[in-house]
Every structure is written in structure tokens, then in C-alpha cells.
Design a protein around this ligand. Structure first.
Ligand code: ADP
Ligand code: MG
Length: 599
């Protein structure tokens, strides 16, 4: 349909009841692009309407080299979504009316470059999915403002963000190459004999406890590797970089309080994701199977074999298939480790700040007072070596409060005024001279059953007669009648990932990835295999109509299939971001209704 038709309808409905906006659903040809109005909100306070613009590649004109292969494509899509968000800030006036009137938004993400559905680039076209609060006066259409948005503001936004000509070619290329370098290095860490790399010059501290922006360069102490652990790597695009290479094994980070230990660890933890240029962590790269482990009392645990850490509980509770509705600090931390291993983790990341003390250590005095027969816990210190030697699982651990770990560490790094120093030999010497040694406890080897089969009937997205799945920030996922608490899942970084986890699980159910016979790990392979093959859009129960302006007429609606289109909270294909398998597993493991059988 011609764009003029949209203007005509808007002129007709100005001042009419809000539902009249339903007549503008459809696809319109604007000069240089197509506009799809896929979903129209029910009232001015409901979730905003959902739209897309699509520009043919002959107009947008991105060089194919910028979206060749998954990493480059994801980075270019990320760049375009961010540019769209910036252009909205510049060109859209916003406001002026009731509810969300005049709002225009795109899910452009935070400091990470994640695969997301906000923008799509391929050889034929570039598409941006976004939201608009259709303007209202009270509950009447304020359609003249909508005309301004569609015919004045949006064309400027598209010109300034979707077209390659609008961008400085260097900044597009840099964005793509920077992401490619990070992904490349992550893939090479193992062959370089490393589990993590932090480049000299990186800025690890964040602006504040509630902001993920870098601390401004005036106040931040830039990272410098200690000479003993300095390695150089040749990145495909940026060339030679030097920095700290953390080898496999057990790495201990020590140092006085407030000297930057947790900040270093957090950088490592987030190194599983690619970061945008200028973040300060865009050359901080960690194995992608690293999992942050912490204590999380109160969580539910379903038949997890925590026996390597906890045995002989009172009343003969079986810890080889341990279940509880209310885990303690130590049992939750043990379960978190076993579940991480089950999902394929090969690097554990722990901070004393968020660990249960009795899980981490039992010192020599306590060993004398309470004999180990009466202590169900084998502390982490007595399993950390077996984890590495028998299972190939490395650990990076912040521990400023106990020197007992000196004896089990391969590498010791001391943080001093935000500068790392290598102190392994010094720590060993101190440990060897000590008189009262703690005795190693436990079996001295690591055996756990690491496979469970989730029962599909226990994963139910229904609430009453309809399905309900939605995210509340990164911390909560509403799934059917339950609300999954993800507060302790620290590597979940984007609400759009949380939303995607809900839909991925739902997709897994529809698709039979949870079949009552496959292990949890296999089910995750199945889910993520689908995304790898078909793209993240497939998880939407609400996928878009094809752009065929001939078929669609104003007022007839764009004909989305999907359940419940038109209601607040309906999933939108434009606001998902890909989570890692570990965060999907974490959500399932925290679903209180989950039941499994041994696999
Ligand atoms: P620790 O875990 O050793 O107690 P933190 O990592 O929590 O210390 O850091 C303490 C404070 O110092 C935090 O406010 C943090 O933002 C700040 N900080 C950490 N690293 C740096 C740095 N490299 N430059 C400037 N400030 C930093
Ligand atoms: Mg700390």
C-alpha cells in the first residue's frame, strides 16, 4: 500500500476512539523503505504497538563483508539497532498525550553485543523492529501526532540509522571487527593454554553499582598485567595485544579489601560476552563455558548429586539425588556447581563475597573441635584440585580472607591498589613453612552423577487456560503459575535474554526437545541447535507476516497468527536476545515445579 493511504486513514480517525488505530495495521511503501505496522496496542496505556521498517540492501548498501558469518552479522545488526536508538533520541519529540503517546523505542541492548532480534541484516534487506506508543488524547486517537511520527520523524530516523551512508565507515567496521576479535580469541583460548585474557589498558570498574557503563577514565586505574603472567596475542583485526593470561587450573585472587578483587572477577565473568568498543572490557575474554557460582539460600533443588560436597546429612538424607524447597547457603552453592557441570561448564568463577563460608573452608582449629565424621560438608578447598585434575574443570576464586587456599592454587594473583601482582611462589613458601596444617578432607576424588532427564509435564507455561511467559527485568521470569527467581544468576545481563529464555523453554516444549528421555544437556543442544539453524526469530510464538504489500489492506490487519496478538505482554520478535545455555539451564533448575529422573 502507498504511504499516502496511511496518512489518509490517520486523517480520518483523528479524534476517534482509540480502537480506530486498528485500521492502520498493514504494510506501507515509503520512499526508500517499507513500514509494517504489525500490532496495534489496545489502549494508550498498554504495551506500545509493534512495527518494523525494512530497507532493501540495494538502498541500505552495506558491504557484504560487514555481515559475512554469524559474528559479523550479529555485530552489524547490533550497530544498526544502536544507531536507530540514537537517531530516535535526536529526531523524535515524544510525549504529548496520554499513556505512552509518542514513545518510540528499539531494544538496542547494553554494553554487550548479543545476538538479538531488534535488527536483521541479510543479502536482500535490513530490518529494524521497534515500538511506538500511538498518541492519544484521553482515549481518543491523536492521529495528527501519529502523522508527525510516521511522516516526519521516522523517515529521518531511518535515514540516519538504517542506511549505511549515514555512518562513518570506520566506526561500522571497527564495531564489527572488535566483536570478531573477541569471538576469535575466545575460540583460541584453549589452544593458547588460557582460560581468560585481560588486555593491558582495559577499564574494569563500572560507573556505579547500578550502571554497567565504564568508570570515567579520570578515575579508573587501567589494567596492567604482571610481567610473569603477561602474554601477547595477535588478533585478526587489531593485531598484537598484550595482557594477563590466566592459565587453566586453580587461580586464586587475593589482596586487601577494596583493592579491586571483585571488580577483576566481574570482568572475567562478563568476558563470556563480546563488548562494544569503548566499554573498557572489549579485550577481556573468558571461555564461554565459564559459570559464576554463588551461594543462594532459599532456592529449590531437584535431585542434584551434591555428594562430592555434602554427605551424611542428619536423618539419612540421600545427597546423591538431593532435593529441597529451601536450600541452605552451602547446599545451594554445591547444587549450583553440579548443575553448572551438568550443563557443560569448564571454568568455575567464585567470589568470597557471595560464597557460603562453611562451603569454602573448614580451618584447622575447627577440624580439631568438630571431627569430620560429624561434619557433612567437604569444603570446596578439598575438591577444587580433583575438579581440575579429574574433570578438567578450572577455578578462578577470589579469597582475601583465608590463606588455606595457597596450598591448592596453581596461580596466585594479589590485587594491590587495582594492580595485579603475581605472588604464587611467595604464597607457596608461606604455606610450606606453616606448622599447624589443616588436614585434607573428603574422598580426594570427584564423583558425581551429572545427568538428569527433565520431565516435560513438570515444565508448564500455562496459567489457567492460556500460556503466560514474561520477563521482569533480568531477575524474574514469569513462567506459567510460577515466578522464577534469577537474582543469583549473575551472567544473565539483559532483560531480553530473560524474555528469550522463557520463549526458548516454550519452544523446546512445542518442538519436543523436552521429551522425557533426553538429558537436560541434550535438551539444551536441541533448543540451541534450532536457534543456530533458523535464527532467534523462531522462538517467537508471534513471528511476523511476510512483506507483501499486495496482500495486505489497511483495516484488514497484518494477519499475524500467534496467540493473543493485541494483548499487553505479547512476545515481540524485536526484543529477544540470545542467552547462553548456562542461563537457560539455570532458569530450568530454579523452576520450582521441575521434576527429573536420573539419566
Ligand atoms: P575488593 O573486592 O577487593 O574488596 P572491589 O573490586 O569491590 O574490591 O573494588 C572496590 C572499589 O574500587 C569499587 O568501588 C570499585 O568500583 C573500585 N575499583 C575497582 N577497580 C578499580 C580500578 N581499576 N580503578 C578505579 N576504581 C576501581
Ligand atoms: Mg570483594
Amino acid at each position: 500500500m502507498e504511504a499516502a493511504k496511511l496518512r489518509q486513514v490517520l486523517e480520518q480517525i483523528d479524534g476517534a476512539g482509540y480502537k480506530a488505530y486498528l485500521r492502520i495495521k498493514g504494510v506501507y511503501e515509503f520512499p526508500g523503505y517499507m513500514l509494517a505496522i504489525d500490532h496495534v496496542q489496545g489502549d494508550p496505556y498498554a504495551a506500545p504497538s509493534r512495527l518494523r521498517v525494512r530497507v532493501s540492501q540495494s538502498e541500505a548498501d552495506y558491504s557484504a563483508s560487514l555481515f559475512e558469518g554469524r559474528v559479523r552479522r550479529v555485530a552489524l545488526e547490533d550497530f544498526i539497532a544502536r544507531a536507530f536508538a540514537r537517531a530516535v533520541k535526536k529526531h523524535v519529540r515524544g510525549g504529548g498525550g496520554t499513556g505512552k503517546s509518542g514513545y518510540v523505542g528499539v531494544d538496542s541492548g547494553g554494553q554487550e553485543i548479543l545476538e538479538r532480534t531488534a535488527a536483521v541484516v541479510n543479502g536482500d534487506w535490513v530490518e529494524v523492529r521497534f515500538m511506538v506508543g500511538l498518541p492519544a488524547d484521553g482515549r481518543r486517537c491523536r492521529a495528527r501526532d501519529a502523522i508527525r511520527i510516521f511522516f516526519d520523524e521516522l523517515p529521518r530516523v531511518v535515514a540516519a540509522s538504517v542506511m549505511s551512508g549515514a555512518h562513518d565507515p570506520d566506526s561500522v567496521r571497527q564495531h564489527v571487527e572488535c566483536a570478531e576479535d573477541q569471538e576469535w580469541l575466545r575460540g583460541r583460548l584453549e589452544s593458547l593454554g588460557l582460560v581468560a585474557f585481560l588486555a593491558d589498558g582495559s577499564v574494569l570498574p563500572r560507573l556505579s553499582g547500578v550502571s554497567d557503563q565504564p568508570l570515567d577514565s579520570g578515575r579508573a586505574v587501567r589494567f596492567t598485567a604482571p610481567p610473569e603472567l603477561r602474554v601477547s596475542v595477535e588478533l585478526p583485526n587489531q593485531g598484537l595485544v598484550e595482557g594477563l593470561g590466566i592459565p587453566p587450573g586453580v587461580t586464586l585472587v587475593v589482596g586487601g579489601g577494596y583493592h579491586g578483587k571483585s571488580t577483576l572477577l566481574k570482568g572475567i565473568e562478563r568476558g563470556v560476552y563480546n563488548h562494544i568498543p569503548g566499554d573498557g572490557r572489549e579485550r577481556v575474554v573468558t571461555r564461554d563455558d565459564a559459570v559464576k557460582i554463588r551461594a543462594e539460600d532459599g532456592r529449590r533443588v531437584e535431585q542434584v548429586d551434591i555428594s562430592p560436597f555434602i554427605d551424611n546429612l542428619p536423618f539419612g538424607v540421600d545427597t546423591r539425588a538431593f532435593s529441597t524447597d529451601n536450600a541452605s547457603g552451602s547446599t545451594s552453592q554445591a547444587a549450583n556447581i553440579i548443575e553448572a557441570l551438568e550443563a557443560g561448564c569448564r571454568l568455575l568463577v567464585l567470589d568470597e563475597d557471595t560464597s557460603a563460608t562453611n562451603f569454602m573452608i573448614r580451618d584447622e582449629l575447627m577440624q580439631r573441635l568438630v571431627p569430620s565424621e560429624r561434619e557433612p560438608i567437604t569444603p570446596f578447598i578439598d575438591q577444587v584440585r580433583a575438579l581440575y585434575e579429574e574433570m578438567g574443570v578450572s577455578t578462578i576464586l577470589v579469597m582475601g580472607g583465608s590463606g588455606d587456599y595457597f596450598e591448592v592454587a596453581d596461580t596466585v594473583i594479589a590485587m594491590e591498589e587495582y594492580h595485579p601482582r603475581e605472588v604464587t611462589a611467595e604464597a607457596r613458601r608461606i604455606a610450606s613453612r606453616r606448622r599447624d596444617r589443616r588436614l585434607p578432607e573428603g574422598k580426594g576424588s570427584f564423583h558425581a552423577s551429572l545427568s538428569r532427564i527433565p520431565l516435560p509435564a513438570s515444565i508448564d507455561p500455562r496459567r489457567g487456560r492460556r500460556e503466560k511467559v514474561s520477563a521482569r527485568g533480568t531477575d524474574q521470569l514469569v513462567f506459567g503459575r510460577e515466578t522464577i527467581d534469577l537474582t543469583a544468576v549473575e551472567q544473565l545481563v539483559d532483560t531480553s535474554q530473560t524474555r528469550a529464555i522463557g520463549e526458548l523453554i516454550r519452544h523446546g516444549l512445542r518442538r519436543g526437545c523436552f521429551d522425557g528421555a533426553s538429558s537436560l544437556a541434550k535438551s539444551l543442544d536441541c533448543l540451541l541447535g534450532d536457534v543456530a539453524e533458523w535464527g532467534l526469530d523462531i522462538i517467537s510464538p508471534f513471528s511476523g507476516p511476510e512483506f507483501d504489500p499486495e496482500k495486505e489492506t489497511a483495516g484488514a490487519g497484518a494477519g499475524r497468527s500467534g496467540d493473543g496478538a493485541g494483548e499487553a505482554g505479547t512476545p515481540h520478535p524485536g526484543d529477544y536476545a540470545l542467552p547462553r545455555r548456562h542461563e537457560i539451564a539455570a532458569a530450568l533448575n530454579r523452576l520450582r515445579s521441575l521434576r527429573v529422573r536420573p539419566g
